[in-house]
Write a protein that binds this ligand. Structure first.
Ligand SMILES: Nc1ncnc2c1ncn2[C@@H]1O[C@H](COP(=O)(O)OP(=O)(O)O)[C@@H](O)[C@H]1O
Ligand SMILES: O=C(OP(=O)(O)O)[C@H](O)COP(=O)(O)O
Length: 403
C-alpha cells in the first residue's frame, strides 16, 4: 500500500487530490455533537494543503436514500473542518454536478473543498458494478490523485471507496495507516482472555460478525440493540425492541456453537425498558423500568442493559488481556439510558488489557460521557470496519489501495 508520504515526496503542488474521508459525525439538527471523525482526518488534509495540493474532500453522512436530503447535508461538517484547519473550506452543494465542478475548478494551490454527501447519488452504494462505475467516473473527473482515509467506510464496496481508487493513482492517508497498524496488532498478538463487547443499533451488520468471532474471542458480551434478537431467539418477549427476526436461526446456531467451542457468549440478565423511544432533544426524564431480560413487558422497548448486567459485564472485563468494544450498550445519548455504556467504558479503563473502542457512536459516547480518550489503548473511527478487519475479511477500501 503506497502511503501519503510517498505522494508528498513525489510532489502534489497544483494537483487535485480527492480525499475519501469518513465525516459521518453525529448531529443534533445541524449541530455536530462529536467531531472526532473530522479531527481524525486533519493530519492528511493539512499535509496535502501545506504541500500545495488542491484538496477535494468527499464523504458520506448517515444513510440517505440515494438522493439529496437536507437532513444529511455535509455542510456542518465542512464548516467544522474549516474551523479546525483555521482556513476557509469551500463547499459544493452537489457531489459531481455543476457546483462541484465549479468549486474544484476555483481552488487555488493549498485550498480545500468539501463536496456534498456522496450518498445523495444512487451510484455511490449501488450493487450494480456498472452503476457504481459510472458514478466513480464522474468523481474521477474531479481529481488527479486519490487518497483513501475514510477508515470507517473501508468495509463498504461503494463507488468512492472501491471503484474510484481503481481510476486514479491511489495512496493511503495517515488515519488508515494508523488504524490498520493498531488493528493488525490485535490480530497478530492477542493477549488472552480476549473479550469482545458488542452493542449498538446496526444489528444486522454486527450479528453477522459473531460468526467469525466465535473462533477468535474467549468471551463475547452482547448489549445494545442486538441483545433482543438473542432474547427473542430464546423464546422471550422483547416488546418493541430492535429485532432482526431473519437472523434468529443464525443467532441460535451461535449460541449452540459458543457452547461447543467453550466461548462465553453472554446476554443481558436485565434491561431498562420504556414505553417509547426517548425524545433525544428534550432529554426529559422518561421513567424507565428495570426488568429481568426474560420478562420484557409486551409493548415496551429495551433501551439499555440493567444494573445486574452492568456488574456481570464489568466482572467479565476485569481480567481481560485484550478488549475490543463496538456499539453502545444502550441509547447513551439520553441520560436515562447511558449507565450501561458508562459501566462498560469504565470496565475497559479498569481492565489490565489492551483496550480498543471502535465505531463512530462508541467513540463519540466515551468522549461525550466524559471519559479520558487516553485511558483507552486505541479509539478507532470505524466500528463495522474494525470488526470486519478483526474477522480477517478483505476490506474493499483497503484492497483497492493495495494494487
Ligand atoms: N437498545 C437499543 N435500542 C435502540 N438503539 C440503541 C440501543 N442501544 C444502543 N442503541 C443506539 O445505537 C447507536 C449506535 O449504534 P452503531 O452505529 O451500531 O454503533 P457504532 O457507531 O459505535 O458502530 C446509538 O445511537 C445508540 O443510541
Ligand atoms: O458510522 C460508520 O460505521 P460504524 O457505525 O460501524 O462506526 C461509518 O461511517 C459507515 O457508515 P455505514 O454503516 O452507514 O456504511
Amino acid at each position: 500500500m503506497k502511503t501519503i508520504d510517498e505522494l508528498l515526496s513525489e510532489g502534489v503542488a497544483g494537483k487535485r487530490v480527492f480525499v475519501r474521508a469518513d465525516l459521518n459525525v453525529p448531529l443534533d439538527g445541524t449541530t455536530i455533537t462529536d467531531d472526532g471523525r473530522i479531527r481524525a482526518v486533519l493530519p492528511t488534509v493539512r499535509a496535502l494543503a501545506e504541500a500545495g495540493a488542491r484538496v477535494v474532500v468527499g464523504s458520506h453522512l448517515g444513510r440517505p436514500k440515494g438522493a439529496p436530503d437536507p437532513a444529511f447535508s455535509l455542510a456542518p461538517a465542512a464548516a467544522r473542518l474549516g474551523e479546525l484547519l483555521g482556513a476557509d473550506v469551500a463547499f459544493a452543494t452537489d457531489t459531481v454536478g455543476e457546483s462541484a465542478t465549479a468549486t474544484v475548478a476555483g481552488l487555488a494551490d493549498g485550498q480545500v473543498a468539501v463536496v456534498e454527501n456522496l450518498r445523495f447519488n444512487a451510484g455511490e452504494t449501488a450493487k450494480d458494478d456498472a452503476e457504481r462505475g459510472a458514478f466513480a467516473d464522474r468523481l474521477a473527473a474531479l481529481a488527479d490523485v486519490y487518497v483513501g482515509d475514510g477508515f470507517g467506510a473501508v468495509h463498504r464496496r461503494h463507488a468512492s471507496v472501491f471503484d474510484l481508487p481503481a481510476r486514479l493513482p491511489h495512496y493511503a492517508g495517515y488515519l488508515i495507516a494508523t488504524e490498520v497498524g493498531v488493528l493488525k496488532k490485535l490480530t497478530d498478538d492477542v493477549k488472552r482472555p480476549y473479550v469482545v463487547a458488542l452493542g449498538g443499533a446496526k444489528v444486522s451488520d454486527k450479528l453477522a460478525v459473531i460468526d467469525e468471532l466465535l473462533g477468535k474471542a474467549d468471551r463475547i458480551l452482547i448489549g445494545g440493540g442486538m441483545a433482543y434478537t438473542f432474547l427473542k431467539a430464546q423464546g422471550h418477549e422483547v416488546g418493541t425492541s430492535l429485532l432482526q427476526e431473519d437472523q434468529i436461526p443464525a443467532v441460535l446456531e451461535y449460541l449452540e456453537r459458543a457452547g461447543k467451542n467453550g466461548v462465553e457468549l453472554l446476554l443481558p440478565v436485565d434491561t431498562l425498558v420504556a414505553d417509547e423511544f426517548p425524545d433525544m432533544k428534550a432529554k426529559a426524564p422518561t421513567h424507565p423500568a428495570t426488568v429481568a431480560a426474560d420478562a420484557v413487558p409486551a409493548g415496551t422497548m429495551g433501551l439499555d442493559i440493567g444494573p445486574e448486567t452492568r456488574k456481570l459485564y464489568a466482572s467479565k472485563l476485569a481480567d481481560a488481556g485484550t478488549v475490543f468494544w463496538n456499539g453502545p450498550m444502550g441509547v447513551f445519548e439520553h441520560p436515562d439510558y447511558a449507565e450501561g455504556t458508562k459501566a462498560v467504558a469504565q470496565a475497559l479503563i479498569d481492565s489490565p488489557g489492551f483496550t480498543v473502542v471502535g465505531g463512530g457512536d462508541s467513540a463519540a459516547a466515551v468522549r461525550t460521557l466524559g471519559f479520558d480518550e487516553n485511558a483507552f489503548g486505541h479509539i478507532s473511527t470505524g466500528g463495522g470496519a474494525s470488526l470486519e478487519y478483526l474477522e480477517g475479511k478483505t476490506l474493499p477500501g483497503l484492497a483497492a489501495l493495495e494494487d
